[in-house]
Design a binder for this molecule. Structure first.
Ligand SMILES: [Zn+2]
Length: 401
Protein backbone atom coordinates (compact mmCIF):
# COMPACT_ATOMS: atom_id res chain seq x y z
CA UNK A 1 0.00 0.00 0.00
CA UNK A 2 2.86 2.29 0.98
CA UNK A 3 4.44 1.54 -2.39
CA UNK A 4 1.25 2.59 -4.15
CA UNK A 5 1.03 5.86 -2.22
CA UNK A 6 4.67 6.66 -3.06
CA UNK A 7 4.00 5.90 -6.73
CA UNK A 8 0.90 8.11 -6.76
CA UNK A 9 2.78 10.97 -5.07
CA UNK A 10 5.66 10.61 -7.58
CA UNK A 11 3.19 10.65 -10.47
CA UNK A 12 1.48 13.78 -9.13
CA UNK A 13 4.84 15.51 -8.68
CA UNK A 14 5.85 14.59 -12.22
CA UNK A 15 2.55 15.88 -13.59
CA UNK A 16 2.91 19.16 -11.69
CA UNK A 17 6.45 19.59 -13.02
CA UNK A 18 5.29 18.98 -16.59
CA UNK A 19 2.48 21.51 -16.11
CA UNK A 20 4.89 24.10 -14.66
CA UNK A 21 7.34 23.67 -17.53
CA UNK A 22 4.55 23.98 -20.08
CA UNK A 23 3.21 27.14 -18.43
CA UNK A 24 6.64 28.73 -18.24
CA UNK A 25 7.24 27.79 -21.87
CA UNK A 26 3.93 29.20 -23.01
CA UNK A 27 4.65 32.55 -21.31
CA UNK A 28 8.13 32.84 -22.77
CA UNK A 29 7.28 31.63 -26.23
CA UNK A 30 4.64 34.22 -27.05
CA UNK A 31 4.48 34.87 -30.77
CA UNK A 32 7.06 37.51 -31.63
CA UNK A 33 7.20 38.76 -35.19
CA UNK A 34 10.68 38.99 -36.70
CA UNK A 35 12.56 42.19 -37.36
CA UNK A 36 11.59 43.28 -40.87
CA UNK A 37 13.58 45.65 -43.06
CA UNK A 38 12.09 46.64 -46.41
CA UNK A 39 14.33 48.31 -48.95
CA UNK A 40 11.71 49.95 -51.16
CA UNK A 41 12.54 50.31 -54.86
CA UNK A 42 11.97 54.03 -55.45
CA UNK A 43 14.12 54.20 -58.60
CA UNK A 44 17.12 56.43 -58.02
CA UNK A 45 16.95 57.21 -54.30
CA UNK A 46 16.76 55.56 -50.89
CA UNK A 47 13.76 54.44 -48.87
CA UNK A 48 13.88 51.97 -45.99
CA UNK A 49 11.03 50.87 -43.77
CA UNK A 50 11.95 49.01 -40.59
CA UNK A 51 9.38 47.17 -38.45
CA UNK A 52 10.89 46.14 -35.14
CA UNK A 53 9.89 42.80 -33.54
CA UNK A 54 6.38 42.78 -32.06
CA UNK A 55 4.82 40.57 -29.37
CA UNK A 56 1.45 42.32 -29.51
CA UNK A 57 1.87 43.74 -25.96
CA UNK A 58 2.22 47.51 -26.10
CA UNK A 59 4.05 49.82 -23.75
CA UNK A 60 6.53 47.61 -21.89
CA UNK A 61 9.51 48.63 -24.03
CA UNK A 62 10.02 45.13 -25.41
CA UNK A 63 9.04 43.97 -28.87
CA UNK A 64 7.03 47.14 -29.44
CA UNK A 65 6.65 46.80 -33.22
CA UNK A 66 7.97 50.30 -33.96
CA UNK A 67 7.84 51.68 -37.48
CA UNK A 68 10.94 53.50 -38.67
CA UNK A 69 11.39 55.11 -42.07
CA UNK A 70 14.85 56.09 -43.28
CA UNK A 71 14.59 58.41 -46.33
CA UNK A 72 11.65 58.70 -48.69
CA UNK A 73 13.04 58.60 -52.21
CA UNK A 74 12.71 61.41 -54.77
CA UNK A 75 8.93 61.85 -54.96
CA UNK A 76 6.01 62.07 -52.55
CA UNK A 77 3.58 60.58 -55.06
CA UNK A 78 5.90 57.73 -55.95
CA UNK A 79 6.60 56.64 -52.40
CA UNK A 80 2.94 57.11 -51.48
CA UNK A 81 2.17 54.50 -54.15
CA UNK A 82 4.93 52.11 -53.12
CA UNK A 83 5.16 52.02 -49.32
CA UNK A 84 1.50 51.24 -48.37
CA UNK A 85 1.31 48.22 -50.75
CA UNK A 86 4.59 46.98 -49.24
CA UNK A 87 2.83 46.86 -45.87
CA UNK A 88 3.05 50.23 -44.09
CA UNK A 89 -0.65 51.07 -44.13
CA UNK A 90 -2.03 54.58 -44.54
CA UNK A 91 -2.49 56.34 -41.20
CA UNK A 92 0.08 54.16 -39.39
CA UNK A 93 2.17 55.59 -36.58
CA UNK A 94 5.78 56.09 -37.61
CA UNK A 95 7.93 56.27 -34.48
CA UNK A 96 11.07 57.55 -36.17
CA UNK A 97 11.42 59.19 -39.57
CA UNK A 98 15.00 59.85 -40.59
CA UNK A 99 16.22 62.07 -43.38
CA UNK A 100 19.83 61.01 -43.83
CA UNK A 101 20.76 64.23 -45.66
CA UNK A 102 19.42 67.15 -47.68
CA UNK A 103 19.38 65.68 -51.18
CA UNK A 104 16.26 65.31 -53.31
CA UNK A 105 16.54 61.54 -53.69
CA UNK A 106 16.32 61.14 -49.90
CA UNK A 107 14.08 63.82 -48.36
CA UNK A 108 11.51 64.74 -51.03
CA UNK A 109 9.36 61.64 -50.58
CA UNK A 110 9.31 62.26 -46.83
CA UNK A 111 7.16 65.36 -47.39
CA UNK A 112 4.36 63.14 -48.75
CA UNK A 113 4.90 60.50 -46.06
CA UNK A 114 4.34 63.15 -43.38
CA UNK A 115 0.89 63.64 -44.93
CA UNK A 116 -0.12 59.97 -44.87
CA UNK A 117 1.45 58.78 -41.58
CA UNK A 118 1.42 60.00 -37.96
CA UNK A 119 5.07 60.71 -37.30
CA UNK A 120 6.40 61.00 -33.74
CA UNK A 121 10.06 61.95 -34.26
CA UNK A 122 11.79 63.35 -37.33
CA UNK A 123 15.59 63.24 -37.41
CA UNK A 124 17.71 65.36 -39.74
CA UNK A 125 21.45 66.08 -39.77
CA UNK A 126 20.81 69.83 -39.70
CA UNK A 127 22.63 70.72 -42.87
CA UNK A 128 20.93 73.92 -44.00
CA UNK A 129 20.30 73.27 -47.66
CA UNK A 130 18.84 75.86 -49.99
CA UNK A 131 15.95 75.05 -52.27
CA UNK A 132 12.25 75.47 -51.75
CA UNK A 133 11.51 71.74 -51.48
CA UNK A 134 13.93 71.27 -48.59
CA UNK A 135 12.40 74.29 -46.88
CA UNK A 136 8.99 72.67 -47.39
CA UNK A 137 10.25 69.44 -45.82
CA UNK A 138 11.63 71.26 -42.76
CA UNK A 139 8.47 73.28 -42.32
CA UNK A 140 6.25 70.20 -42.71
CA UNK A 141 8.43 68.31 -40.20
CA UNK A 142 8.27 71.19 -37.73
CA UNK A 143 4.46 71.39 -37.74
CA UNK A 144 3.77 67.63 -37.70
CA UNK A 145 1.01 67.21 -35.08
CA UNK A 146 2.36 65.32 -32.07
CA UNK A 147 5.79 65.10 -33.64
CA UNK A 148 9.22 66.42 -32.66
CA UNK A 149 11.73 67.61 -35.25
CA UNK A 150 15.36 67.02 -34.27
CA UNK A 151 17.60 69.06 -36.53
CA UNK A 152 20.51 68.80 -36.09
CA UNK A 153 20.43 65.34 -34.59
CA UNK A 154 23.98 65.74 -33.32
CA UNK A 155 25.36 69.11 -32.25
CA UNK A 156 23.84 72.38 -31.13
CA UNK A 157 20.64 73.63 -32.72
CA UNK A 158 21.32 77.02 -34.27
CA UNK A 159 17.73 77.84 -35.21
CA UNK A 160 15.18 78.60 -32.46
CA UNK A 161 12.54 75.90 -32.20
CA UNK A 162 14.76 73.12 -33.46
CA UNK A 163 16.12 70.43 -31.13
CA UNK A 164 19.15 68.16 -31.03
CA UNK A 165 19.10 64.58 -29.79
CA UNK A 166 22.70 64.65 -28.62
CA UNK A 167 25.83 66.79 -28.61
CA UNK A 168 28.07 63.94 -29.70
CA UNK A 169 28.19 60.53 -31.29
CA UNK A 170 27.61 57.68 -30.75
CA UNK A 171 24.02 58.53 -29.87
CA UNK A 172 21.83 55.60 -28.75
CA UNK A 173 18.28 55.32 -30.11
CA UNK A 174 15.56 53.42 -28.26
CA UNK A 175 14.02 51.13 -30.85
CA UNK A 176 12.99 48.60 -28.17
CA UNK A 177 15.00 46.77 -25.49
CA UNK A 178 15.87 43.88 -27.79
CA UNK A 179 17.70 46.11 -30.28
CA UNK A 180 20.92 48.05 -29.84
CA UNK A 181 20.80 51.04 -32.16
CA UNK A 182 23.25 53.91 -32.38
CA UNK A 183 23.79 56.92 -34.57
CA UNK A 184 27.49 56.60 -35.40
CA UNK A 185 27.80 59.78 -37.41
CA UNK A 186 25.87 62.90 -38.38
CA UNK A 187 27.26 66.32 -39.22
CA UNK A 188 25.44 69.63 -39.76
CA UNK A 189 28.63 71.54 -40.52
CA UNK A 190 29.75 70.47 -43.98
CA UNK A 191 30.34 72.59 -47.04
CA UNK A 192 27.93 72.55 -49.94
CA UNK A 193 29.94 70.20 -52.18
CA UNK A 194 30.08 67.51 -49.51
CA UNK A 195 26.46 67.49 -48.36
CA UNK A 196 26.64 63.68 -48.70
CA UNK A 197 29.06 63.79 -45.78
CA UNK A 198 26.41 65.21 -43.49
CA UNK A 199 24.61 61.82 -43.75
CA UNK A 200 23.24 60.18 -40.64
CA UNK A 201 24.90 56.75 -40.24
CA UNK A 202 23.13 54.18 -38.04
CA UNK A 203 24.15 50.76 -36.75
CA UNK A 204 21.48 48.28 -35.67
CA UNK A 205 22.15 45.09 -33.70
CA UNK A 206 19.55 42.41 -32.97
CA UNK A 207 21.40 39.64 -31.16
CA UNK A 208 23.55 38.02 -33.86
CA UNK A 209 22.06 40.01 -36.73
CA UNK A 210 23.27 43.51 -37.56
CA UNK A 211 22.90 46.11 -40.27
CA UNK A 212 24.64 49.37 -41.18
CA UNK A 213 22.64 52.23 -42.70
CA UNK A 214 24.97 54.66 -44.42
CA UNK A 215 23.01 57.30 -46.33
CA UNK A 216 25.31 58.77 -48.98
CA UNK A 217 28.45 59.04 -46.83
CA UNK A 218 31.73 59.13 -48.75
CA UNK A 219 35.26 57.82 -48.29
CA UNK A 220 37.18 59.41 -51.13
CA UNK A 221 37.18 62.03 -53.87
CA UNK A 222 36.61 61.33 -57.54
CA UNK A 223 39.48 60.32 -59.85
CA UNK A 224 38.77 63.53 -61.78
CA UNK A 225 39.71 65.42 -58.60
CA UNK A 226 43.10 63.72 -58.74
CA UNK A 227 42.38 61.17 -56.05
CA UNK A 228 41.58 57.51 -56.59
CA UNK A 229 43.14 55.72 -53.64
CA UNK A 230 40.65 53.15 -52.43
CA UNK A 231 43.06 51.88 -49.78
CA UNK A 232 43.29 55.09 -47.72
CA UNK A 233 39.86 56.29 -46.64
CA UNK A 234 39.10 59.95 -46.09
CA UNK A 235 35.94 61.83 -45.15
CA UNK A 236 33.19 59.93 -43.26
CA UNK A 237 34.71 56.48 -43.74
CA UNK A 238 37.94 57.75 -42.13
CA UNK A 239 35.90 59.03 -39.18
CA UNK A 240 33.99 55.75 -38.79
CA UNK A 241 37.14 53.62 -38.90
CA UNK A 242 38.99 55.90 -36.46
CA UNK A 243 36.15 56.04 -33.94
CA UNK A 244 34.64 52.56 -34.02
CA UNK A 245 37.32 50.08 -35.04
CA UNK A 246 40.15 49.21 -32.64
CA UNK A 247 42.02 46.02 -31.83
CA UNK A 248 39.43 45.21 -29.16
CA UNK A 249 36.19 46.24 -30.81
CA UNK A 250 34.57 46.80 -34.17
CA UNK A 251 31.24 48.58 -34.02
CA UNK A 252 31.00 48.72 -37.82
CA UNK A 253 30.79 44.92 -38.17
CA UNK A 254 27.46 44.11 -39.82
CA UNK A 255 25.66 41.20 -41.41
CA UNK A 256 24.19 43.51 -44.06
CA UNK A 257 25.22 46.92 -45.33
CA UNK A 258 23.15 49.50 -47.16
CA UNK A 259 25.97 50.28 -49.56
CA UNK A 260 26.71 54.01 -49.33
CA UNK A 261 25.78 56.55 -51.99
CA UNK A 262 24.09 54.25 -54.54
CA UNK A 263 27.34 52.32 -55.06
CA UNK A 264 29.27 55.42 -56.10
CA UNK A 265 33.04 55.32 -56.59
CA UNK A 266 33.36 58.02 -53.94
CA UNK A 267 32.37 55.56 -51.20
CA UNK A 268 33.15 52.02 -50.05
CA UNK A 269 36.92 52.16 -49.68
CA UNK A 270 38.59 48.80 -49.14
CA UNK A 271 39.41 49.18 -45.39
CA UNK A 272 35.79 50.24 -44.80
CA UNK A 273 34.42 47.21 -46.69
CA UNK A 274 36.77 44.95 -44.72
CA UNK A 275 35.79 46.44 -41.35
CA UNK A 276 32.06 46.08 -42.04
CA UNK A 277 32.61 42.53 -43.31
CA UNK A 278 29.02 42.29 -44.60
CA UNK A 279 27.63 39.12 -46.15
CA UNK A 280 25.00 41.03 -48.11
CA UNK A 281 25.16 44.51 -49.64
CA UNK A 282 22.17 46.44 -50.90
CA UNK A 283 22.42 49.13 -53.54
CA UNK A 284 19.65 51.61 -54.16
CA UNK A 285 19.92 52.52 -57.85
CA UNK A 286 17.66 53.41 -60.74
CA UNK A 287 19.37 54.03 -64.06
CA UNK A 288 21.02 57.34 -63.23
CA UNK A 289 24.46 58.89 -63.17
CA UNK A 290 26.14 55.60 -64.14
CA UNK A 291 25.44 54.25 -60.66
CA UNK A 292 26.43 51.88 -59.23
CA UNK A 293 30.10 51.90 -60.15
CA UNK A 294 31.36 48.49 -61.33
CA UNK A 295 34.63 48.78 -59.38
CA UNK A 296 32.64 49.20 -56.15
CA UNK A 297 30.65 46.04 -56.86
CA UNK A 298 33.90 44.19 -57.56
CA UNK A 299 35.39 45.36 -54.26
CA UNK A 300 32.43 44.06 -52.28
CA UNK A 301 32.32 40.76 -54.14
CA UNK A 302 36.07 40.25 -53.65
CA UNK A 303 35.40 40.46 -49.91
CA UNK A 304 32.62 37.87 -49.97
CA UNK A 305 29.67 40.28 -50.04
CA UNK A 306 26.69 39.33 -52.19
CA UNK A 307 25.11 42.26 -54.06
CA UNK A 308 21.39 43.04 -54.12
CA UNK A 309 20.20 46.01 -56.17
CA UNK A 310 16.96 47.85 -56.77
CA UNK A 311 17.78 48.33 -60.48
CA UNK A 312 17.96 44.58 -61.17
CA UNK A 313 15.16 44.67 -63.78
CA UNK A 314 15.66 48.23 -65.00
CA UNK A 315 17.59 47.62 -68.20
CA UNK A 316 16.07 49.60 -71.04
CA UNK A 317 13.80 51.56 -68.71
CA UNK A 318 13.96 55.32 -68.27
CA UNK A 319 14.74 56.83 -64.86
CA UNK A 320 11.05 57.54 -64.27
CA UNK A 321 10.08 53.92 -65.05
CA UNK A 322 12.69 52.25 -62.91
CA UNK A 323 10.88 52.06 -59.58
CA UNK A 324 8.62 49.53 -57.93
CA UNK A 325 9.83 46.18 -59.26
CA UNK A 326 12.93 45.37 -57.21
CA UNK A 327 12.14 45.97 -53.56
CA UNK A 328 14.14 43.80 -51.17
CA UNK A 329 12.87 42.39 -47.89
CA UNK A 330 15.04 41.22 -45.01
CA UNK A 331 13.69 39.41 -41.95
CA UNK A 332 15.57 38.22 -38.88
CA UNK A 333 14.76 36.58 -35.57
CA UNK A 334 18.14 37.72 -34.22
CA UNK A 335 19.78 34.37 -34.89
CA UNK A 336 19.51 33.95 -38.63
CA UNK A 337 18.04 36.01 -41.43
CA UNK A 338 16.30 35.81 -44.77
CA UNK A 339 16.76 38.18 -47.68
CA UNK A 340 14.87 38.16 -50.97
CA UNK A 341 13.46 40.33 -53.70
CA UNK A 342 9.95 41.10 -52.65
CA UNK A 343 8.16 41.19 -55.98
CA UNK A 344 9.86 38.35 -57.77
CA UNK A 345 12.01 35.84 -55.97
CA UNK A 346 15.10 34.97 -58.09
CA UNK A 347 14.34 31.29 -57.56
CA UNK A 348 10.86 31.89 -58.99
CA UNK A 349 12.45 33.62 -61.97
CA UNK A 350 14.61 30.58 -62.68
CA UNK A 351 11.64 28.24 -62.37
CA UNK A 352 9.61 30.49 -64.67
CA UNK A 353 12.38 30.53 -67.29
CA UNK A 354 12.58 26.72 -67.20
CA UNK A 355 8.81 26.40 -67.55
CA UNK A 356 8.84 28.77 -70.55
CA UNK A 357 11.65 26.81 -72.18
CA UNK A 358 9.79 23.49 -71.77
CA UNK A 359 6.58 25.03 -73.12
CA UNK A 360 8.44 26.37 -76.12
CA UNK A 361 10.03 22.97 -76.83
CA UNK A 362 6.65 21.23 -76.53
CA UNK A 363 5.06 23.74 -78.91
CA UNK A 364 7.82 23.20 -81.48
CA UNK A 365 7.39 19.43 -81.19
CA UNK A 366 3.61 19.70 -81.64
CA UNK A 367 4.01 21.91 -84.69
CA UNK A 368 6.58 19.59 -86.23
CA UNK A 369 4.32 16.58 -85.68
CA UNK A 370 1.37 18.44 -87.13
CA UNK A 371 3.44 19.40 -90.16
CA UNK A 372 4.61 15.82 -90.57
CA UNK A 373 1.00 14.59 -90.33
CA UNK A 374 -0.05 17.08 -93.03
CA UNK A 375 2.81 15.99 -95.24
CA UNK A 376 1.93 12.34 -94.77
CA UNK A 377 -1.71 13.07 -95.59
CA UNK A 378 -0.64 15.12 -98.63
CA UNK A 379 1.66 12.40 -99.90
CA UNK A 380 -1.04 9.73 -99.49
CA UNK A 381 -3.22 11.77 -101.83
CA UNK A 382 -0.35 12.59 -104.16
CA UNK A 383 0.15 10.81 -107.45
CA UNK A 384 2.67 7.96 -107.80
CA UNK A 385 6.20 9.23 -107.67
CA UNK A 386 5.40 11.50 -104.76
CA UNK A 387 5.97 8.60 -102.40
CA UNK A 388 9.66 9.43 -102.22
CA UNK A 389 8.72 12.70 -100.49
CA UNK A 390 7.26 10.74 -97.61
CA UNK A 391 10.75 9.96 -96.53
CA UNK A 392 11.50 13.68 -96.32
CA UNK A 393 9.64 13.63 -93.01
CA UNK A 394 12.78 12.12 -91.56
CA UNK A 395 14.78 15.40 -91.31
CA UNK A 396 11.91 16.95 -89.35
CA UNK A 397 12.30 14.21 -86.77
CA UNK A 398 16.01 14.83 -86.66
CA UNK A 399 15.52 18.48 -85.91
CA UNK A 400 13.44 17.48 -82.87
CA UNK A 401 16.42 15.62 -81.45
ZN1 LIG B 1 21.45 59.82 -52.86
Amino acid sequence: MKKHITAIISLLLLLSLITLRFSAGAAEDGIITPLKIVMADVGHGDCIWIKTPDDGIKGNGKYEGYNIVIDGGPSSRRIGNILPPLGLKYGSKVDWMINTHAHNDHYRGLIGLLDIYRVKRILDPGYQSGGTAFGAFCWRALIEPGGTFYSPVIGIATIPGLKSLSQSVPCPLNWGDELEVEILYSNPAVTNDTVNDSSIVIHLQYNLFSMLFTGDEEGKYRPSDGYNDTDHPMKVERFLLDHYVTEDKNLLKSTIIKIPHHGSETSSTTPFIKAVGAKEGIIFAGNRHGLPDETVIERYEEHGCRIWRTDRMDEGKSGSESHGDDSIIITSNGIDYDIRYMNIDPRDTEALARKKRLESERRMRDEAEKKRGEELAGSAAAPAGGAGKNLDAEPVLNTLD
